[in-house]
Design a protein around this ligand. Sequence first.
Ligand code: GDP
Ligand code: IMO
Ligand code: MG
Length: 423
Amino acid sequence: MAVNLLLGLQWGDEGKGKIVDVLTTDYDIIARFQGGPNAGHTLIFDGYKHVLHTIPSGIFHKTAVNVVGNGVVIDPVIFKKELDNLSQFTIDFKSKLLISRKAHLILPTHRLLDAASETAKGKAKIGSTLKGIGPTYMDKTGRNGLRVGDLEMNDWQEKYENLTEKHLNMLAFHGIELEYNLVELQKEFDEGIKRLKELTFIDSEEYLNNAMKNGKSILAEGAQGSLLDVDFGTYPFVTSSNTTAAGACTGLGIAPNKIGDVFGIFKAYTTRVGSGPFPTELFDEDGATMARVGHEFGATTGRPRRCGWLDIVALKYAVQVNGVTQLMMMKGDVLSGFDTLKVCTSYTYKGEEISHFPFNIEPENVTPVYSEFKGWSEDLTKMTTKEQLPQNLLDYIEFIEKEVEVPIKIVSVGPDRKQTILR
Ligand code: GDP
Ligand code: IMO
Ligand code: MG
């Protein structure tokens, strides 16, 4: 059976956690393929709200097996906290949560290096979540990293100490004053490692390919969004992994010809947290309304998210890079009450109108060109069928489908699992 992918088409926080949870009833296995605790995936059901960072969003379903793939970076400290937060549920983690031996580990000193790097950048800082993501992926590609499988080897302690010492030298080289207590950090880390070792480690590429051969259905869960991809995002204001469809192949060991549907998630408007260009960003009352009604605060860091109109140029780009076959539109309910909605359909780039996503979208090069739509005033949050959706919303949806040439199959009208309309 083919593997379906679900990934974000904007700058993250599109609602991936919610939709993976909704779709899990149709899958045997949910597998995260990249990113780490920089992600914050929110699930709301039966009056519970949960934010997952590294654990796949299928964890609340009785039968699904959740796999943390080789492309993910794991911080044992945060991972332990995530597990502790789920203690009220009776989840058999040993059989329901499997960890790839090839996933890289975030050391306490990776977090310190992240902080030092951001401080050194000053005004040019990326706005990282400071979870150590960049330094850990740098060690991975620099061939210095430590992996989950190393925990099972005799020389783990020696490897850990060597890498930590290397990091401390790098920190000294940065010359940035950071306050930290290494003894405390290592104690916390050791406790995290101890908890992690209670879980099941697997050769995940073998596990997943065998599962496919045996007819199991797999959904691969992405983190971040396509515009944060290290190759195709708004570099250097990106994360350090491939968030796009190709990342699922390398992050799980699944061949490209095994990919089936690619579900692309986007908000009916746009948000971004952290630094970097954002052509349709609003600095007015409309942006403030989106932020207020949409509760636009980061699920991992609590930072306010920047808000703006939907950018179809960027959306088309993301659809193309990922080969999206079905779209899911989130948070349409947040736009209820706007008289007029704007959608960016092209850019003026260095004085010329273009309809593709160019090399550089900094404001000095790019100005958005907008089309306007009549808004709707109806409250969508209680609606349960597509027939109830207001005509102006349907016009908005149909316009997007025509522009992007991919059908919108799910319209989400609230954060709860139940507030999901199929088309
Ligand atoms: P993720 O990182 O892609 O999983 O998304 P986040 O969880 O970081 O952010 C999405 C936020 O929007 C969360 O607070 C969700 O509970 C919420 N949310 C998801 N879908 C909807 C929706 O359709 N309407 C509203 N109002 N909120 C939603
Ligand atoms: P989910 O999976 C939104 C952003 C950070 C920063 C940049 C680099 O919840 O959609 P990093 O910590 O990776 O070095 O940060 O990427 N970022 C996210 N923004 N949602 C996320 O994940 C993000 N993960 C990282 O804000 O701008
Ligand atoms: Mg998020």
